[in-house]
Design a binder for this molecule. Structure first.
Ligand SMILES: NC(=O)c1ccc[n+]([C@@H]2O[C@H](COP(=O)([O-])OP(=O)(O)OC[C@H]3O[C@@H](n4cnc5c(N)ncnc54)[C@H](OP(=O)(O)O)[C@@H]3O)[C@@H](O)[C@H]2O)c1
Length: 364
C-alpha cells in the first residue's frame, strides 16, 4: 500500500510532466528493462545500475550525488576505503555499493561493472606518480575499462577526456587524453567522450590554487586563455546523459566565457580582498627547472607538464550544452562561495566586487 505522500508525489508528476508513473518501463539499449518505481527522487528506484570509476575525485563525488538523488543504484569503486565512505549517504539504503578495485586488475574491473547498464570512466590524474604515468592511467587504463565494459554487455560507456586533448599537444597529459579517446572508441564504438574545460568548485585546482599559489598562475604573463566551467553543471550534464538516447560522439563542455589567468588573478584578489600578488613572472625555463626539482619530494607538487599546460590556450570549440540540457553559469556567480574562506575575519562579510572584464576577452 502506497503512503499518501508518495501517491501525492506521483499525482504531481503526472500533472506536471504528463509522463507515466505507476508503471514506468524503459528498455535499455542492451534489451534489459529498467523498471522504475517509488516516488521521484532519493528514495525512488530508477531501475538503472551505474558504475562510476573515479568516483572519489572532484567531479566523481558530485556525479554520484546527482545519480543517487535520481534513485540510480551506483557502484563506487575505490582504492582507499576512507575516500569512498562519504559517498555512502548520497543514495538510499543499498543504492550506493562500494567495491575495492585496481586499475591494473581486469578481474576487479569486471566485478565492478558486472551488473551495470552504464559505466562512467572519470579516472584521471594531473601528474605522474611512481606507479602510474600518464599513459597507464589515460591510455591503457581507459582502454582496459572500455574493453571489459564491451565484453560484459554494458550498454553505455561515458569517458571523461579534456577540452584540450590533442595528439599533437606539447603536453604529455593532453596527448595521452587524445590517445585514450581513440582506444576507448575502438574498444567501445558507441562510447560518449566528454571533454570539459578546467572546472572550478569547492575542492578545485583553479580558484583555490590561485588564492594560495598566485606565482604559478602568472606564467606567460597571465595571458593564457581558459574557459573555466562549474563542476556542478558538468556533473549534471553527465547525469542527464544517461537518460538521453545513445550519444556516440564527443561532447564538449567549456565554460561560457574565455578568460585570461591575469583576469582570474584579479578576480581572486578582489573577491578575497587580499592585495594583488607581488610575485615575479617566472620564465618558462626557470619554472620547468623548479618543478623538476620539486618532483624529488613525495607529496604532489606542480609537475613540469602542468607548466607546459599553463602556456596552452583552451580550445576554441563550441559547447554542446543544449544537447545535455544544462546552462553553465559564469565564474563570478560562484566565486565568493569558494573563495570566502581566504578572506580575513575583518573582511569576511563585506560585499563582493569584481574587477572589470578586459574588453577583448568579453568579445572573444
Ligand atoms: N578537474 C578538472 O578541471 C578537469 C578538467 C577536464 C577534464 N578533467 C578530467 O575529468 C576526470 C575527473 O576529474 P577530477 O578533477 O574529478 O579528477 P581527480 O579529482 O583527480 O580524481 C580522479 C579520480 O581518478 C582516480 N584515479 C586516479 N588515478 C588512478 C589510478 N591509477 N587507479 C585508480 N584510480 C585512479 C582517483 O582515485 P583515488 O581517489 O583513489 O586517487 C579519483 O577517483 C579526469 O579524467 C580528468 O582528467 C578534469
Amino acid at each position: 500500500m502506497l503512503a499518501p505522500t508518495s501517491r501525492f508525489a506521483r499525482l504531481q508528476r503526472v500533472l506536471t510532466s504528463g509522463k507515466r508513473t505507476y508503471h514506468d518501463l524503459t528498455t535499455l539499449p542492451n534489451g534489459k528493462p529498467a523498471i522504475s518505481y517509488g516516488p521521484p527522487g532519493y528514495s525512488a528506484v530508477a531501475g538503472r545500475t551505474v558504475t562510476v570509476f573515479g568516483c572519489t575525485g572532484f567531479l566523481g563525488r558530485y556525479l554520484v550525488s546527482k545519480l543517487g538523488k535520481m534513485g540510480t543504484q551506483v557502484v563506487v569503486p575505490y582504492r582507499d576505503e576512507d575516500d569512498a565512505r562519504l559517498l555512502k549517504p548520497m543514495g538510499d539504503l543499498g543504492q550506493i555499493v562500494r567495491m575495492e578495485w585496481d586499475l591494473r586488475d581486469d578481474k576487479t574491473i569486471a566485478e565492478c561493472l558486472r551488473h551495470s547498464d552504464t559505466v562512467f570512466n572519470l579516472v584521471g590524474r594531473d601528474f605522474e606518480t611512481k606507479n602510474f604515468d600518464y599513459k597507464s592511467v589515460h591510455v591503457s587504463g581507459a582502454e582496459r575499462i572500455a574493453k571489459i565494459a564491451a565484453e560484459s554487455g554494458v550498454s553505455r560507456f561515458i569517458h571523461l577526456s579534456h577540452l584540450n586533448a590533442s595528439e599533437n599537444s606539447p603536453s604529455k597529459f593532453y596527448a595521452a587524453k587524445a590517445e585514450g579517446e581513440q582506444l576507448v572508441k575502438a574498444a567501445f564504438p558507441t562510447a560518449t567522450i566528454v571533454r570539459p574545460a578546467t572546472m572550478f568548485g569547492y575542492e578545485d585546482k583553479l580558484l583555490t590554487n590561485i588564492a594560495v599559489w598566485p606565482i604559478w598562475w602568472k606564467l606567460n604573463h597571465g595571458q593564457t586563455r581558459i574557459r573555466p566551467v562549474h563542476v556542478m553543471e558538468v556533473a549534471q550534464a553527465l547525469a542527464n546523459l544517461i537518460s538521453l538516447p545513445q550519444v556516440p560522439r564527443t561532447v564538449n563542455l567549456p565554460g561560457p566565457s574565455t578568460l585570461t589567468y591575469e583576469y582570474l588573478l584579479d578576480l581572486v584578489s578582489s573577491v578575497t580582498l587580499q592585495p594583488p600578488s607581488k610575485a615575479p613572472v617566472l620564465p618558462k625555463g626557470v619554472a620547468s627547472a623548479l618543478t623538476r626539482i620539486g618532483q624529488a619530494v613525495w607529496w604532489p607538487t606542480l609537475s613540469p607538464d602542468e607548466v607546459i599546460r599553463r602556456f596552452i590556450d583552451d580550445s576554441d570549440v563550441p559547447g554542446d550544452w543544449d544537447l545535455v540540457g544544462v546552462q553553465p553559469p559564469e565564474i563570478e556567480a560562484h566565486a565568493i562561495a569558494y573563495l570566502r574562506r581566504y578572506r580575513s575575519a575583518d573582511n569576511f562579510a563585506r560585499p563582493v566586487a569584481f574587477p572589470p572584464r578586459p574588453a577583448p576577452i568579453a568579445e572573444y
